[in-house]
Design a protein. Sequence first.
Length: 188
Amino acid sequence: MGGPSGYYPYPVDAKGEPVDTPDWRNCDNIKDCASEKDIDIIKAVRTFAEDPAPFEAAVAGGADINSVDRFGFTPLMLAIKSKNPVLIEKCLAVEGVKLDVQTRRGFSALMIAAWKGDNDTIMKLIKAGATLNLKENGGRNAWGIAHDWHKEETLELLDKNGLNYKSMGGTATSFPPAPKWRMDEKWD
């Protein structure tokens, strides 16, 4: 047992709050994975919410908008991950931005937007020409990721734009949504 829900154990401190370990970090916080080796434009993206000037200066200075951090995330991907619509717009406006760059694990900007359920960004990416059928290292595409994370509105949006289980020939890797946790006699 353990944890406030009683069913999912995770490390907690003396107050019962989750311990900040790499496995339990806030997945929207793009500063958690910062490195001293990050190049200037990546550093600027990570601090954009506090000060947009370094990002503006990096772009004006000709920094490569398709640069990646140590995990393969581009500035656009980090903007989507952090749910920052202003930064997303600024990244998309930079000439030469590549929409189909994939991280070391194979995730594209469209897949990250599907994971987050960010339908506005998904539409912007589709209109800008993002490839719908890219697959990550586990074989899932954006539809499979949205399905796994139970993003119903995102699934409908992707379906309207031609990406669904049937359009992939029934081969899109996606696991069925897990049933809600129910205690039954065998767990007593």
